[in-house]
Design a protein around this ligand. Structure first.
Ligand code: HEC
Ligand code: HEC
Ligand code: HEC
Length: 266
């Protein structure tokens, strides 16, 4: 190859490199994924068995005592291409909590926890002028924790629709539903037969974990989230760490045990 050819190649690889670096962490991981036979076979089984349920189906799971109105923010998780907005159903004990947490914690915060890289967790706007961008935490007001005032329900959320999301190198580590990469996944999914769907399912989930963190990973002594940086006052940090329901969960041994109010008071 002549000199010009080499220069051309060099420039091309730089451009490619740049493109890869600019892509969100999740996208890079999916692009690099090479699921094994086992993952693909398992996915195929899931797709054949669950053909018409679970995905984007209009089920209603009771969320505490009221129904969550569908929260249509401008930005949506890439996951919502396929998953219902209340995706947790299997675990009867935790599903209401996990679906509730999904309103202020991004799917990826719980399901994408790479071992080789430290994610930073911060607030990400899904709505409004800042949609798609990192936003500042709320500064807790002094009098907010006074006992005579009823406490607002989600004290940390700095603006409607915002979620705690993973960032890598200061950029959101996730992909939104409207992004090109997400549109491509959706199109491929629509066009795919069962076998291709299985491969795609496996690839899309390679960077993900089946289960989220234990309650104690956020509500215990050494939380994975920097609660102060997320806007919690020292008092709120204490409350979150000592959350009685989260504590109660550590006492469960079996998956099908249920919460009873009288046990909470034990
Ligand atoms: C292209 C469609 C598609 C996208 C996009 C997608 N999923 Fe899934 N997901 C599936 C299918 C299909 C299953 C298997 C469901 C079943 O068992 O019925 C699944 C299963 C899962 C499971 C159960 C464990 C497993 O791997 O089978 C989790 C957890 C999950 N998805 C999380 C996510 C999260 C989080 C996102 C977004 C970051 C996401 N998924 C994006 C299609 C998708
Ligand atoms: C606070 C952490 C947390 C968040 C946020 C979260 N999940 Fe989960 N997810 C879990 C845990 C833990 C499980 C394991 C089952 C359980 O305990 O409910 C799970 C299980 C699942 C499953 C398996 C099916 C089932 O019925 O349990 C799917 C699918 C799933 N999550 C998708 C999502 C999607 C999509 C989002 C975003 C809309 C999301 N999760 C947000 C913690 C979380
Ligand atoms: C990824 C971190 C994370 C995990 C995992 C997590 N939580 Fe939370 N949870 C939070 C944060 C942050 C708040 C505080 C939200 C606020 O005050 O704005 C919270 C608040 C709560 C609350 C009070 C507000 C509400 O949404 O009801 C309860 C109850 C709760 N968590 C229970 C649980 C249980 C039970 C589990 C495990 C099944 C769990 N959490 C797992 C981060 C987490």
């Amino acid at each position: 190859m002549n000199k010009q050819g080499l220069v051309f190649l060099f420039v091309c690889s730089l451009l490619l490199c740049q493109q890869l670096m600019a892509a969100p962490f999740y996208q890079q991981q999916v692009k690099q994924s090479a699921p094994g036979d086992k993952q693909i076979t398992d996915a195929l089984k899931q797709i054949k068995e669950h053909k018409d349920i679970q995905l984007q189906e209009n089920i209603s799971v009771p969320v505490f005592h009221h129904r969550v109105d569908s929260q249509k923010t401008e930005k949506q998780a890439v996951c919502s291409n396929c998953h219902h907005e209340l995706p947790h159903r299997k675990n009867e004990r935790s599903r209401t909590f996990m679906n509730r947490h999904s309103r202020y914690i991004a799917c990826e915060t719980c399901h994408m926890r790479p071992k080789n890289i430290d994610m930073e967790y911060a607030w990400l706007a899904y709505d409004g002028a800042d949609a798609g961008k990192k936003i500042a935490a709320r500064v807790p007001k002094q009098d907010e924790n006074k006992k005579d005032k009823p406490e607002p329900q989600f004290m940390l959320v700095p603006q409607a629709g915002a979620k705690i999301a993973p960032f890598a190198g200061g950029e959101p580590g996730l992909v939104f539903r409207g992004d090109e990469f997400s549109k491509k996944i959706n199109q491929d999914w629509q066009d795919a037969d069962d076998k291709e769907k299985a491969r795609l399912k496996a690839r899309v989930h390679t960077p993900l974990e089946e289960k989220g963190p234990e309650c104690q990973r956020c509500h215990g002594d050494d939380p994975m989230l920097d609660l102060r940086a997320l806007g919690a006052s020292p008092d709120q940090v204490k409350k979150i760490k000592r959350n009685i329901i989260a504590r109660y969960f550590t006492r469960f041994k079996k998956d099908d045990q249920r919460i009873r109010i009288k046990d909470l008071l034990r």
